[in-house]
Design a protein around this ligand. Structure first.
Ligand SMILES: [Zn+2]
Length: 384
């Protein structure tokens, strides 16, 4: 820009550029009727003014229809999407654009401080980017190029509002590649041996969950997953403690742990299915995002396929969830003390349906991630 601002009545090459940008954004018809061959004649007419106001409104700028420095910056930056060009901090000329804002939003979502989300690549953004790169295990050069784009792409979109350990968790989710095949899953049927768990309405928890575990194991084998069970079904073999089961999952380097229990309550009215993941409401920073995502998926699939009541999913700090180094989820598949739940769980067909729901939820969890660039991030605040 050669002058301070452009407004209604102006002409010239800068106006031609403004028109081009507005047309690119779909805010202005590309060719004005009176436009001649020379860009010196490009008019800042009423149609341009209307389009500028619309753009300013979208971006939270003062909608005065005048293109000053801040409006120009945003107009000029709107053509960039994250991944279009290499981003880096330059002391003389700072890059600006929607791609910078998208990177800043992404850093912020992942728990790194990019400074103000203003679409300008300044020293704070560089610092946040280097911190992210260190956590991803890629060269911390502060350069947002192909290596960083690829790593960002591989992060699950579900990882938001996080801490570094969540990023590592998401990385782990992907390091064996997308899809279920090749994953290692530990299935943990609760109790076992002399410990039968809840016993009510003629059923024992240890038996029900062992049956469910073997149904899930069979289905996982069919889709190329290596499944390990934390116990057998011999009633004479003492069952391992939760800490020992968690250590087992860590030893086999599992991708995910699924612990299965049934519930019981003094009130015969308590009923339904509930899922639990690692987390604490008192310290929200310690919380498994992948665990929560999978818990929600499992809960949704089981409730959709059975008539078990929806008991929702919740964060807990139980040993099995806390001591496992990978995401872990516990499913309580119903109340044996509830006559209706017990009658359902006594049916092999229903247990088979639950096993199917667990596998569908797993498939959804390990779906390849959507491309980062389709995740449109808008400039939230004005630069003015
Ligand atoms: Zn139990």
């Amino acid at each position: 820009m050669t002058q301070q601002s452009y407004r209604l009545g102006d002409h010239g090459p800068a106006v031609a550029q403004i028109r081009d940008h507005l047309a690119l954004l779909g805010l202005l018809d590309s060719e004005p009727a009176e436009r001649t061959s020379s860009e010196w004649d490009a008019p800042f007419d009423q149609a341009v003014e209307r389009a500028v106001r619309a753009f300013q409104q979208q971006r939270g700028l003062i909608a005065d229809g005048i293109v000053g420095l801040s409006t120009w910056r945003q107009l000029d930056g709107a053509r960039w999407s994250l991944g279009d060009r290499v981003l880096r901090y330059g002391t003389r000329h700072m890059q600006h654009g929607d791609d910078v804002a998208a990177l800043q939003n992404r850093l912020h979502d992942l728990g790194f401080d990019p400074g103000r989300i203003d679409g300008i690549f300044g020293p704070d953004t560089e610092r946040g980017l280097k911190e992210l790169q260190r956590n991803l295990g890629i060269p911390a050069d502060g350069l947002c190029g192909p290596v960083t784009f690829r790593s960002l792409d591989q992060l699950a979109r579900t990882v938001v509002g996080g801490e570094p350990h969540r990023i590592r968790e998401a990385e782990r989710l992907h390091h064996r590649g997308p899809g279920l095949a090749g994953k290692v899953i530990v299935i943990d049927p609760g109790h076992g041996g002399p410990d039968a768990g809840i016993c009510a309405n003629g059923l024992s928890e240890a038996d029900i969950v062992a049956d469910l575990a073997s149904r899930i194991e069979g289905r996982l084998g069919a889709v190329g997953v290596t499944a390990f069970l934390t116990r057998g079904t011999n009633p004479d073999t003492p069952a391992a403690s939760e800490a020992e089961r968690a250590a087992f999952a860590n030893d086999v380097n599992a991708d995910l742990v699924i612990s299965i229990h049934t519930d019981g309550h003094d009130s015969r009215r308590a009923q339904g299915v509930a899922t639990f993941y690692y987390g604490s409401s008192r310290t929200p920073a310690t919380h498994s995002v992948i665990g929560e995502t999978f818990a929600d998926l499992v809960q949704r699939e089981i409730v959709a396929r059975t008539d078990l009541l929806d008991g929702h999913s919740d964060a807990k700090t139980w040993d099995m969830l806390q001591r496992t180094r990978m995401p872990a989820v516990r499913i309580d598949v119903g109340y044996l003390t509830h006559p209706g739940d017990a009658a359902r769980l006594a049916e092999p067909a229903l247990r088979d349906t639950i096993a199917g729901a667990v596998v569908v939820a797993l498939q959804q969890l390990y779906q390849p991630t959507t491309d980062l660039r389709s995740n449109v991030v808008q400039l939230p605040t004005a630069v003015s």
